[in-house]
Design a protein around this ligand. Structure first.
Ligand code: ADP
Ligand code: MG
Length: 455
C-alpha cells in the first residue's frame, strides 16, 4: 500500500473523531510526504496548521496511523506546498475550456471546480440508490430535466453521513454536464454566512449580491441548518432566495433536519423552504449497505470476500461515511500488513473503531472529562450547587451527555444537580447554537470529546 492510501485510511478514521469543521480546518491540504523507518512525515500547508496539529491532534493522528500499521511509532510535521499531483493539470484545464471557453480564471483544485465549487468525486455513478434515499434521488433526477420549474426549491434532509452532500453535488455535476451554459454555484451555508459577514465588514456587499443573485442559475446550499440563529445571514438568504426564485432559478438545499425543526428559522423563510419539494434520506438497510461497499470495492478494484463485506455492513448502520471508513481501514490494514482477509481479521481491525462510537462510555466519564477540562469538582457538577462558575461547565456536560450518549433530558437533569428537563433542553439548544457560531467553543468541545474517547 502506498503512503497516500495510508493517509486516506487514517484520515477516514480521524474524521470520525472530530467535528466536521475541525476536520476540514486542520486536515485539508495535508499529505504524507515520506516514511523514515518508523516515523511518518506529514506535509502541512502552513505553520499555523502545523502547530495546531502537533499540539492538539498528535495523539489522534498517531493512533489512527498505528491502527493501520502498528509499526509506526512517531509522526513529524513539515511545511510543504501542495504536491504536484493535486495541482491543476493540463488535462483539467482543457476539460474546463471545453465546458466554458469564455472563462479563463477557472481552475480545478483537488477535484473542486473553482467556478461552481463542485467536487468531481461526487457522481451518480458511485451513488447507490435504495429505499432510504429513493425519493430524494428521484426528485433530483427530475430536477435535472426541469430546472427551476418542477421542484423549486428542493429541500433534502437527513442525518450526518447519509449522502446529502453527495446527492446534491452529483446533481450539480450532471447539470453542469447537460446544461453547460447554466451557471451553478455550490456553497455551504456556513461559508455563505462567513462570506456575507466579511462582505458587510469590507463594504463589498454588492459584489456578494452579484455573485449569488445575479450570476447563478442553480444555487446549491449545503447544511442550511447552520444559518439558524444567524439573523443577518437569514435575511440575506431570504432575499437571495426570493431574487432567484422569482427568476425561476433552481434552488437546492440540504439540511440535517426538516425546515420545521430548524429552530430560530425565520417564519417567512421556513414557509418558503417548505413551499417546494421536501424529501428525506433515512437509514440504508443491510442490502443497501452491502451494495455500497461492493461499489466501493469495485471502484478500488479490490476483490474482497462476501462475508467480510457483510460483516462490515452489519456492524455499521447509522452512517455511510463511517461505513466507508471501516471498509478503508480493513483494506489498508490488510494490504499493509499482508495478512489474509478473513472475517476474524476484519473483526480485529474494526473492533477499535466501531467501539469508538459504541464504546461503553458512561455518563460519569463524560462528566469527569468536563470537570477536568474546566478544573471544577465533579461533585459540584452533580450536586445542587448554584455557584456561578459551575453553570457553564454544567451546560457543556448537559450538551455532551445528550449529543454523545443520547440520554433523555429528564435523566440528564437528574444526574446534574437535579435540574428540570426544560433547563437541560435550554442548555442543549444554547450550546448547539454557540458551537455553530464560535470556532473556539467548537474546538473546546472537540477537545473534551477527544479526552472522553481516547481514554
Ligand atoms: P452527508 O452530507 O449527508 O453528511 P455525505 O454526502 O458527505 O453525507 O456522504 C458521506 C460519505 O458517504 C461520502 O463519502 C459519500 O460519497 C458516501 N455516500 C453517501 N451516500 C452514498 C450512496 N448512496 N452511495 C454511495 N456512497 C454514498
Ligand atoms: Mg454533507
Amino acid at each position: 500500500m502506498d503512503l497516500s492510501n495510508l493517509w486516506q485510511a487514517a484520515l477516514g478514521e480521524i474524521e470520525l473523531n472530530l467535528s466536521r469543521a475541525a476536520f476540514a480546518t486542520w486536515f485539508s491540504g495535508t499529505t504524507i510526504l515520506s516514511q523514515e523507518k518508523r516515523t511518518i512525515i506529514i506535509g502541512v500547508p502552513d505553520n499555523f496548521k502545523k502547530t495546531w496539529l502537533e499540539k492538539k491532534y498528535y495523539k489522534i493522528i498517531l493512533k489512527a496511523l498505528r491502527d493501520i500499521n502498528p509499526k509506526i511509532s512517531q509522526v513529524q510535521f513539515q511545511i510543504s506546498k501542495v504536491n504536484e499531483k493535486n495541482k491543476t493539470t493540463k488535462k483539467d484545464k482543457k476539460e474546463v475550456k471545453k465546458i466554458n471557453p469564455k472563462i479563463t480564471t477557472r481552475s480545478i483544485f483537488n477535484g473542486v471546480d473553482s467556478e461552481t465549487n463542485l467536487n468531481a468525486r461526487y457522481q451518480f455513478e458511485n451513488f447507490v440508490v435504495g429505499s432510504f434515499n429513493e425519493l430524494a434521488h428521484a426528485a433530483c433526477q427530475a430536477i435535472i430535466n426541469n430546472l427551476g420549474t418542477l421542484y423549486n426549491p428542493f429541500f433534502v434532509y437527513g442525518g450526518v453521513g447519509l449522502g446529502k452532500t453527495h446527492l446534491i453535488q452529483a446533481t450539480g455535476n450532471i447539470i453542469a454536464k447537460k446544461h453547460p451554459k447554466k451557471r451553478i454555484k455550490y456553497v455551504t451555508a456556513d461559508k455563505f454566512s462567513n462570506q456575507l459577514v466579511s462582505a458587510l465588514q469590507r463594504g463589498t456587499i454588492n459584489q456578494f449580491k452579484d455573485i449569488y443573485r445575479d450570476n447563478v442559475d442553480v444555487l446549491i446550499i449545503d447544511d442550511v441548518q447552520f444559518i439558524s440563529g444567524r439573523e443577518k445571514t437569514q435575511i440575506e438568504f431570504f432575499h437571495t432566495f426570493n431574487a432567484l426564485y422569482e427568476k425561476n432559478k433552481q434552488i437546492i438545499i440540504s439540511s440535517d433536519r426538516p425546515p420545521k425543526a430548524i429552530s430560530t428559522l425565520e417564519e417567512r423563510l421556513r414557509s418558503r423552504l417548505e413551499g417546494g419539494m421536501v424529501a428525506d434520506i433515512s437509514l440504508p438497510d443491510l442490502e443497501t449497505r452491502i451494495a455500497i461497499l461492493k461499489k466501493k470495492a469495485e471502484q478500488k478494484n479490490i476483490i474482497i470476500p462476501e462475508e467480510i463485506i457483510e460483516y462490515i455492513a452489519q456492524s455499521i448502520k447509522q452512517n455511510i461515511r463511517e461505513l466507508e471508513g471501516a471498509f478503508n481501514k480493513v483494506i489498508a490494514s490488510h494490504q499493509l500488513n499482508n495478512i489474509p482477509l478473513t472475517k476474524d481479521f476484519a473483526k480485529k481491525t474494526l473492533i477499535k473503531s466501531i467501539n469508538i462510537r459504541q464504546k461503553n462510555i458512561t455518563p460519569k466519564q463524560v462528566i469527569q472529562a468536563v470537570a477536568n477540562f474546566y478544573e471544577v469538582k465533579v461533585n459540584d457538577l452533580i450536586k445542587k450547587s448554584r455557584r456561578k462558575e459551575i453553570a457553564w461547565p454544567r451546560q457543556i456536560a448537559m450538551y455532551l451527555l445528550r449529543e454523545e450518549l443520547n440520554i433523555s433530558f429528564p435523566t440528564i437533569g437528574e444526574k446534574l444537580g437535579g435540574r428540570d428537563h426544560t433547563t437541560v433542553m435550554y442548555a442543549h439548544e444554547k450550546i448547539s447554537q454557540e458551537i455553530q457560531n464560535s470556532d473556539s467553543l467548537r474546538q473546546e468541545v472537540d477537545f473534551i470529546k477527544e479526552k472522553i474517547y481516547n481514554k
